[in-house]
Design a protein. Structure first.
Length: 121
């Protein structure tokens, strides 16, 4: 045995841990922004949360929200954009741009996100 299965297992565990932590942080930010800006809802609220996460980059936040919309609401049937979609997209994007060797994932980050972010958000 060459030990590559151990590396793969550690990779999956690290990815899940990353997705769990990022999802929890985004859920907390969601509640903070919602309290601070109660007039926001839907897409505007999601963009405000992602802007806060990214350190005040509203253009990038709009790209993230649009990417989530394209990825999760058009296929296989039209659905309303949810915060859970935005978190899933953001967590994956953030992880895959966080360092060398992280261009993809071995785990379904959506499952981790779904355990933390309520479906109705």
């Amino acid at each position: 045995m060459d030990g590559s299965w151990i590396l793969a297992l550690f990779s999956v565990v690290a990815e899940r841990r990353y997705a769990r932590r990022a999802s929890q942080e985004l859920l907390e930010l969601f509640h903070v922004v919602q309290r601070e800006l109660p007039e926001l809802s839907g897409r505007a609220l999601y963009q405000a949360v992602i802007t806060r996460r990214l350190g005040a980059d509203p253009k990038r936040a709009a790209e993230i929200v649009r990417g989530a919309e394209v990825s999760f609401t058009d296929w296989p049937s039209d659905k309303e954009l949810r915060f859970r979609h935005v978190v899933h997209y953001q967590v994956f994007d953030e992880f895959t741009h966080s360092g060398a060797g992280r261009e993809s994932t071995r785990t379904n980050m959506g499952r981790v996100v779904a355990r933390i972010i309520p479906e109705q958000l």
